[in-house]
Design a protein around this ligand. Structure first.
Ligand SMILES: *[C@@H]1O[C@H](CO)[C@@H](O)[C@H](O)[C@H]1NC(C)=O
Ligand SMILES: *[C@@H]1O[C@H](CO)[C@@H](O)[C@H](O)[C@H]1NC(C)=O
Ligand SMILES: *[C@@H]1O[C@H](CO)[C@@H](O)[C@H](O)[C@H]1NC(C)=O
Ligand SMILES: *[C@@H]1O[C@H](CO)[C@@H](O)[C@H](O)[C@H]1NC(C)=O
Length: 644
């Protein structure tokens, strides 16, 4: 610059001396620099002032090569415009304006990178001498989108040297773009032994720049959550621009500093019989040996960090230590947890089965050993009768007899319970429960079941006797909670008085059943009569079993039977006669002698029928039977009551 200015000054002085015109020079003004994108059109303006007209003026455009040589590319005077042949600009430039208004513009089409040169505009006049201006042409090319490549690797914080994290690259920019690495939002600069950012630049054959940057780090544990990316800065005409790459993650291995072991299930209190799931995990992520759990000197290797203990008992209580070894550092670390298995032993009831005498009292206890507070309740027949582990029964009666269940529960753990039983028998003389019915009527020939429900302890022995001293067979006898139930089956052949006598060492009790035998018959309406066939049957109280009558009674009853058969026979005859009469036929079956009586005059069938129809027929029969006349009965069904 200084050289050129000096040169201009010298030229000016020369002109001054030659032309005698002291201050006549040409002033040329140009922009310092013109910026343009590659491929676009650049316009370089040259402004000048001169006292002369354009008549004798020449305009020349030139550039300097990188070696400093000057190369003309254009010439113009009042007579011609000439583009120099054989320069890189020959086909791409044009100049508009004649210079009459003091301005010409050089237009360069399809600007190339090589066009980044200094361009000169020289103006020469006949009288004023000459002047020159210069403009720097700057060419730009925005780079392609940057890329980032992660080194797909797992990093260990135990690594001593720097680890390569990734490479960013941006291609085909002009001038050279810059790459800056970021960890999260902080730019990374090289720091000895901590961070190393290594850029490298390539000039493509096109003249464009491609830049790479490689990041290496001493990886820290926090880097597992960090995001890394690159920012690219580049120039375009009039401004700088910025783009970013996508973000990458890195996987960082860090060894555990602690191991945690805990009961995953069940949540809350543990009881015997539960299945426990123990989990064990270190706080690191480095590959480590499968953890082991040690309890009571026994070591178990876990599968997938889980230990399952099915059906635990109180023996499973205690410390569980989980250890694992880092496979990089071979350091072993461990953690411990306490497990407590709660228990509830079977209930123990004392006394177990017991006998208490009537009116006396009884105390029983129920105990179940447990690691937790228990609750005890006593039940009889499903109803709660007492609370607390002592059951006190006062003034025992037969109602006291039975099974008592003591239920022990643990309020803190649902479903944890045990129970025990106590059988109480109350000793005392037998007591027969009043039967529903001691006065029984039963059809002659049928059987009745007599039942005797006796309470008492020791279990009373039961005997069945009839009033006449006969011992009856006991059909069935079964023990019940309260005592015994005895059943005797009796065939009713006559009126019977039966006695159930229960006795044990404390006394006896008895009850009497009176069975009345009845006869049930079905007869025709016109032929039924009632006959008293028996004598009396006596109601006998339980204390006065047995009378003087029975043998006599039985004898009369057998006579009655014979008479009854006779009556039936005669009645059948009468029925048959009636039938025959209606059919106008002769009969000759039963009772021929009777028929003769009925048919004194004729043995003719018709006559017989007629005679049978007479009113006397029945009378005769009845007289024959009872010796006295009775009115015919028209009841269709009637009990021939066996009266006293
Ligand atoms: C690139 O970095 C250099 C040195 O830090 C700086 O001079 C230049 O302006 C930067 N370029 C861009 C495009 O930011
Ligand atoms: C980084 O890792 C996190 C968690 O592992 C994940 O959610 C996220 O998508 C990852 N980001 C990238 C850019 O890989
Ligand atoms: C009497 O008991 C026997 C068996 O013990 C039974 O088969 C019968 O049905 C009972 N009779 C009556 C009337 O209850
Ligand atoms: C019942 O049996 C007991 C013992 O055998 C006897 O002492 C008692 O007199 C009997 N009672 C009756 C009513 O027969």
């Amino acid at each position: 610059m200084a050289v050129r200015d000096t040169a201009s000054l010298l030229v000016g002085l020369l002109v001054l001396f030659h032309t005698w015109r002291a201050w006549a020079i040409v002033e040329v003004n140009m922009e310092d620099r013109v910026e343009v994108l590659r491929g676009d059109t650049a316009q370089i303006t040259c402004m000048f002032t001169s006292d002369d007209g354009i008549g004798g003026m020449t305009i020349m455009w030139a550039y300097t090569t990188h070696l400093g040589e000057r190369q003309n590319i254009y010439f113009q005077d009042s007579t011609m415009k000439l583009v120099d042949q054989g320069t890189p600009f020959t086909d791409r430039i044009s100049v508009n304006g004649t210079g009459a208004n003091g301005e010409v513009v050089l237009t360069i089409n399809d600007v190339r990178l090589q066009d980044e040169l200094d361009f000169f505009c020289s103006i020469k006049t006949l009288t004023d001498g000459s002047g020159e201006g210069r403009t720097k042409l700057k060419v730009f090319k925005a780079p392609d989108l940057p890329t980032i490549d992660a080194v797909q690797e797992v990093y260990s914080i135990n690594e001593q040297s720097l680890s390569k994290i990734g490479v960013c690259e941006v291609k085909n920019g002009f001038p050279k773009p810059n790459i800056t690495w970021y960890r999260d939002n902080t730019p990374l600069r090289s720091v000895q032994n901590v961070v190393n950012v290594e850029p490298s630049t390539t000039i493509e054959s096109s003249g464009l720049y491609s830049v790479k940057s490689e990041l290496s780090l001493k990886v820290r544990k926090e880097d597992k959550d960090a995001e890394f990316y690159c920012e690219v800065n580049y120039f375009v005409p009039g401004e700088t621009r910025m783009t970013e790459t996508s973000r990458i993650n890195i996987t960082v291995y860090y060894p555990s500093t602690a191991v945690n072991v805990w009961v995953e299930s069940p949540k809350g209190l543990i009881k015997e019989g539960d299945t426990i799931e123990l989990h064990c995990r270190g706080n690191g992520n480095t590959p480590s040996s499968e953890p082991t759990i040690t309890h009571g000197g026994v070591e178990t290797t876990l599968e997938a960090n889980v230990l399952v203990l099915p059906n635990v008992t109180r023996l499973n209580s205690g410390d569980y230590r989980c250890s694992s070894m880092d496979l990089e550092t071979f350091e072993e670390i461990s953690g411990t947890t306490k497990v407590f298995v709660n228990y509830l032993d079977p209930a123990v009831v004392t006394p177990k089965d017991t006998v208490v005498h009537q009116g006396k009292e009884l105390e029983a206890t129920c105990n179940a050993l447990s690691s937790l507070q228990t609750h005890v309740a006593w039940f009889k027949d499903g109803k709660e009768v007492s609370r607390g582990h002592i059951l006190a029964l006062e003034d025992a009666t037969f109602n006291t007899t039975g099974m008592y269940v003591c239920v022990v529960t643990v309020p803190d753990i649902e479903g944890m319970e045990t129970s025990g039983t106590l059988h109480v028998a109350v000793s005392g003389p037998p007591n027969i429960k009043n039967p529903d019915n001691t006065e029984i009527e039963e059809t002659y020939g049928r059987s009745v079941n007599l039942s005797c429900l006796v309470r008492g302890f020791p279990v009373p022995s039961i005997t069945w006797t009839t009033s006449d001293g006969k011992v009856l067979q006991t059909t069935s006898q079964k023990r019940t909670e309260e005592g015994v139930e005895s059943v005797a089956r009796i065939k009713v052949t006559s009126d019977i008085t039966a006695l159930c006598n229960a006795s044990n060492e404390y006394g006896s009790d008895s009850v009497t059943f009176n069975i009345k035998a009845t006869i049930y018959t079905t007869t025709q309406a016109t032929t039924t009569t009632t006959t008293t066939t028996t004598t009396t049957s006596t109601t006998i109280s339980s204390s006065t079993a047995g009378t003087a009558n029975p043998p006599k009674k039985i004898k009369k009853e057998s006579n009655g039977v014979i008479i009854a058969v006779l009556i039936i026979c005669v009645l059948l005859l009468a029925v048959l006669g009636s039938v025959l009469y209606f059919l106008y036929k002769k009969g000759k079956i039963c009772g021929r002698s009777g028929k003769q009586d009925l048919t004194k005059e004729k043995s003719n069938k018709d006559n017989i029928v007629v005679e049978m129809k007479s009113d006397n027929t029945e009378e005769a029969i009845l007289l024959g039977v009872n010796g006295e006349k009775q009115p015919p009965s028209d009841q269709s069904g009637e009990y021939l009551d066996v009266q006293k």
